[in-house]
Design a protein around this ligand. Sequence first.
Ligand code: AMP
Length: 405
Amino acid sequence: MKILVLNCGSSSIKYQLFEMPENKVLTKGLVQRIGEEQSQALQGNNGSNLEIDEKIPDHAHAMHVIERMLTHPEKGAISSLEEIEACGHRVVHGGETFTGSVVCTQELEKVIEAYCELAPLHNPANLTGIRAAKAMFGDVPQIACFDTAFHQSIPKTAYLYGLPYEMYQKHKIRRYGFHGTSHRYVAREAAERLGKHKYAVNLITCHLGNGCSIAAIREGKSVDTSMGLTPLEGLVMGTRTGDLDPAIIFHLIRLGYQPGELDTLFNKKSGLLGISGLSNDVRDLQEKEEAGDESAKLALDIFAYRIKKYIGSYLAVLNRCDAVVFTGGIGENSISMRERILNELDNLGLQLDNKKNQTVVGEAGEIHTNNSRIKILVIPTNEEGAIARDTYALAREYEMVESTI
Ligand code: AMP
């Protein structure tokens, strides 16, 4: 079965075409700068195979560009769109309604729309993508996979803030958590590597990419995570602050900052970029640090310290932990960042094997010593692959229901 996975942003669509159940990527691509004067679409390995430069005014038009790329006579992967039997969509916010992926009916679209309030930067674009795909694919099932769904198992003690309870009742203010598809994917892969059932493992999963979050997983289910109502809370990230004293906001407002300005400051100008004044990219900062730059070192130290602090607190939450898992661009590739995070954690049962750490880059592997009580794993994430799997499972069920009606 061929499945198209779509990740729609406000001005971009990323896509991957899978052959299922093999989970094989047939091709992938990206349409960017949708709505701008000059848009661009790239498809193929490293985006080098096929390129279209033209004005792409909206997502509906972008879907037709994707069709042209997928069915390109020489460089395409299929001869007709009819070969695609289902589409999977990444949707950022599913609120408290969605605990797993779902087939998108009109009713469910309305629920996703209602959550635009909680994710104004993401859900509207995700929904636009679903609607554009529906318009193009007709009856082909459209499946929504939510970043928040995996974290719906978090108990109230961990998802409520210390605010008056009515803030939750009236305004749905609570921790939702994000990167759920990634945390779930690496948790399942970790269980398999550990030779345990997916609901028999206790893990701490660290998704360290441009956005960063960490999750405590008990018996295969998320019981706490660092991101909150929005992706701003928790770890220090490429450009986001992570945890802050909320009174800093009142203080800055009294100093004359506008709420919108603070939103940009906290989300886009802080984190590694803001602290170093140099870059949001760990690779750049590592290079600068090696050349003796103190601000790069400080930013990397703060980044690692916050992760260490969360690992410690989640060890307390879980009591028993089988493994700490690293994933995301930084978690999978940065030897020195893993070293920074994991040094001096022997007393908590985590002992890094420096030699193994040097060799596991961009691939799955173990990086703990034989004496480490808790295992330390690197597992590359595959959010699109996880969405393809969910889409395949739901599309097959959908097919069975349709054929019995
Ligand atoms: P992601 O959002 O998962 O694609 O991760 C992006 C981040 O991963 C980049 O901003 C880099 O900081 C980091 N990254 C990717 N490759 C490396 C590498 N080889 N060494 C250190 N950091 C890396």
